[in-house]
Design a protein around this ligand. Structure first.
Ligand SMILES: [Zn+2]
Length: 475
């Protein structure tokens, strides 16, 4: 009997978290519940502002004001980005950074209705759910701030208000400015149609501008005097499309022609191309850039024009963190599954019907942890860059019906009503409870850091960013 009791203790003690950590998690969850009305209000306002990359003036001010009112030390307009900010609370280490995004996507304005109907024809909409992203992350930051303020947690929390994820990648500029330098661990989440502690990477991407210069002439009277920059652009796209057969399946290449001349009877003197190159690693992308350079040189020789290729920006692939993902998984599994009422399920069914998907409603419980992810799905994020300068944890939460298309009207619709709100609160609770563990458990922090160092394997982060200030559009 005695022996069995001892055995019980030996087995039980290591898996039970200290009681105070559990109590702090309950407090953190209560802090989210107490803020839920305000968080929903923040999210809905950002949803209605629907401001696109680098124009998120009202959205960033709203979130920064909220942080300031909660007692954070707020610095606005950081890294040369008028819509970026940091909100800091506490002192000393550990310093944990929480990322929040709030930019919308052009052209997908949508009402919070289960059928396609623009709120304002041609306007922007939150088709990636970043209205929920920013509000949930800020809610988690406030929950942690409360616990630091009461002396129950020790350290510093920084909320990073990171604009323009959908274009230039605000985080890349914030890294360049050194804003993540004293952060020990960073965390982010993303709206999704499932609940998942993320272990997969994302694609690395380079953003490239190509410009050719030729000689203008009358296209009928003296075409022999002209050299067409548009011909060079056409040769370039032709060669890129030929190259498609001879790249790895992990590669994605896409472009738009941004300048192709003005009128057919003037041989175009200037023509230009906007090209994005992606692969599962930044080394792979570097190789593609060198191949693109040869193509541009070749096109210029063939057309007797001059060509220029500039890498203007890009992002690294994500260094995912399995130790961190296991921690998140545990915290997701201790939360109540998400619950949707009949009206919400009906809303989801109508969206699924409208988009030709099975009417299966929402995914409400965490997916099993994927310990061995393969190649990343298509898509890139500037959270990838952060993961190269700070160990970064990442998860996804249901904010839209299962299987529905992303960057499209259903995501805008669900993100502006209670389906999205419930996902946002679930995300805030997952984040806050995971953060409690991170502050409390130094060994866990060390394990996350050790895994990160091993993954980096001594490789240094060199951003794809060109020199100079960010390209802020006119107001
Ligand atoms: Zn997004």
């Amino acid at each position: 009997m005695k022996f069995r009791n001892l055995l019980f203790l030996l087995i039980a003690i290591p898996v039970l978290a200290p009681a105070d950590t559990e109590a702090l998690k309950i407090e953190a969850i209560e802090a989210i519940d107490n803020q839920s009305g305000q968080l929903i209000e923040l999210s809905d306002q950002v949803w209605a502002f629907a401001e696109t990359a680098l124009k998120e003036y009202q959205s960033s001010a709203l979130l920064a004001d909220y942080a300031e009112a909660q007692g954070f030390e707020v610095t606005r307009g950081v890294a040369g980005l008028p819509t970026a900010f940091t909100a800091r609370y506490g002192s000393g280490h550990p310093v944990i950074g929480i990322m929040g995004e709030y930019d919308a996507l052009p052209g997908i304005s949508q009402q919070a209705e289960p059928f396609k109907a623009a709120l304002e024809e041609g306007a922007a909409g939150h088709g990636c759910g970043h209205n929920l992203f920013g509000a949930a992350s800020l809610g988690a930051a406030v929950a942690i701030k409360d616990l630091i303020a009461s002396g129950e947690l020790q350290g510093t929390v920084i909320f990073f208000g990171t604009p323009a994820e959908e274009s230039v990648g605000g985080k890349v500029y914030m890294i360049r400015e050194g804003l993540f330098d004293d952060t020990d661990i960073a965390i982010a989440w993303h709206p999704s149609n499932e609940i998942r502690a993320d272990t997969a990477s994302s694609q690395a991407i380079a953003e490239i501008r190509i410009a050719f210069k030729g000689r203008a002439a009358h296209a009928a009277y003296d075409p022999w005097n002209g050299r067409s920059a548009l011909d060079a652009v056409e040769l370039t796209t032709f060669a890129i499309n030929q190259m498609r057969e001879h790249v790895k399946p992990s590669v994605r290449m896409h472009y738009t022609i941004t300048g192709g001349g003005d009128v057919p009877n003037v041989i175009p003197e200037n023509a230009s191309l906007w090209l994005w190159l992606r692969d599962s690693t930044h080394d792979g992308v570097d190789e593609l850039i060198e191949r693109a350079r040869k193509i541009v040189e070749g096109a210029a020789i063939a057309t007797e024009t001059t060509g220029e290729l500039r890498v203007t920006g890009g992002s690294y692939e994500m260094l995912s963190n399995l130790a961190g993902a296991r921690l998140i998984q545990g915290n997701m599994e201790r939360l109540e599954p998400m619950q949707f009422d009949e009206a919400e399920v009906e809303f989801a069914h109508r969206i699924q019907e409208a988009t030709g998907k099975q009417q299966v409603g929402m995914k409400t419980t965490p997916e099993p942890l994927n310990e061995h992810p393969g190649e990343p799905e298509g898509g890139s994020t500037d959270v990838g860059d952060v993961s190269w300068v700070v160990p970064t944890l990442h998860f996804s939460v249901t904010t839209a019906p299962a299987e529905t298309p992303w960057h499209a009207w259903p995501v805008v619709a669900a993100g502006g009503m209670s389906i999205g709100h419930k996902g946002m609160l679930y995300a805030a609770k997952t984040m806050a409870t995971t953060l409690v563990d991170l502050y409390q458990d130094e060994e866990m922090r060390q394990a996350i850091h050790a895994e990160w160092l091993e993954d980096k394997a001594g490789r240094e982060y060199r951003s794809f960013l060109a020199e100079g200030p960010p390209p802020i559009p006119e107001r």
